[in-house]
Design a protein around this ligand. Structure first.
Ligand SMILES: CC(C)(COP(=O)(O)OP(=O)(O)OC[C@H]1O[C@@H](n2cnc3c(N)ncnc32)[C@H](O)[C@@H]1OP(=O)(O)O)[C@@H](O)C(=O)NCCC(=O)NCCS
Length: 209
């Protein structure tokens, strides 16, 4: 990796291309960014949009918006927190940096790219003197875990799944890395988005400087 920097309009095709590589089926392709969405994020809040790059190729991206602390505190579904694909709920005076997505190309995973994108996000929180960073994290390993537990008559709820990940007994390919960045597990948001692997749920995570 060469580095992480604020995204530019020239990065839009690379950011869009990452979506299908990073969120393959069964994740619904209707939930992928389209070019006009990224263009809108860059207009609204350029300081919150980052790419990781190597040889001028986009290998990772992270998008964010600002929301009020009261909006953060109620942990609404993704579409209500963000206002949809174009971040209609962005509040320029919001005290919480909300991470709407992060994607690292599969060929680059496990090499610290996600960590660098998170370092850039945390730097925005510090520089803009925000109250916190918050996000809701997919649980892509939940469905297969729940299916195997079900056979043994054990509980399958996402709270138990997240508890086992937080204690390090099992790992999840998305929640485990995010916990390693220093995010704190707050709880589970149910009916967060249309996401079969996660049972439509997400782990609510936050970080304070
Ligand atoms: C989640 C994601 C962003 C992580 O990015 P990454 O660059 O691969 O992660 P990093 O290399 O920064 O890894 C950070 C830590 O997590 C660990 N880790 C990474 N992938 C892991 C996995 N699949 N299982 C367990 N631990 C993992 C790393 O070993 C590293 O640990 P360390 O700090 O002890 O060395 C990336 O896997 C991704 O893009 N996933 C698909 C898209 C997605 O689900 N986005 C999140 C939406 S909520």
């Amino acid at each position: 990796m060469d580095g992480v920097r604020q995204a530019q309009i020239e990065d839009v095709p690379g950011i869009v291309a990452l979506q299908s590589a990073c969120f393959p089926p069964p994740f619904p392709p209707t939930l992928h960014w389209r070019p006009e969405h990224i263009g809108r994020h860059l207009e609204l809040f350029p300081e919150g949009q980052f790419v990781a790059y190597c040889n001028n190729l986009v290998i990772g991206s992270a998008s964010s918006l600002l929301i009020s602390d009261s909006r953060w505190g109620v942990h609404l579904p993704w579409v209500e927190t963000t206002g949809g694909f174009s971040f209609a709920s962005h509040e320029p005076d919001g005290e919480v940096l909300f991470g709407a997505d992060i994607s690292v190309h599969p060929d680059w995973r496990g090499r610290g790219v996600g960590r660098e994108l998170y370092r850039a996000r945390f730097e925005v929180v510090r520089r803009q003197r925000l109250k916190r960073y918050g996000t809701a994290c997919r649980l892509p390993g939940w469905r297969s875990w729940a299916e195997s537990r079900n056979l043994s008559g054990l509980s399958t709820n996402q709270e138990d799944y997240c508890g086992l990940i937080c204690s390090g007994e099992i790992s999840d390919r998305t929640l485990t890395p995010l916990l390693k960045y220093g995010l704190r597990y707050v709880g589970v948001a149910h009916e967060h988005m249309d996401d079969d692997e996660s049972g439509n749920a997400a782990a609510v995570l936050e970080w304070t400087p």
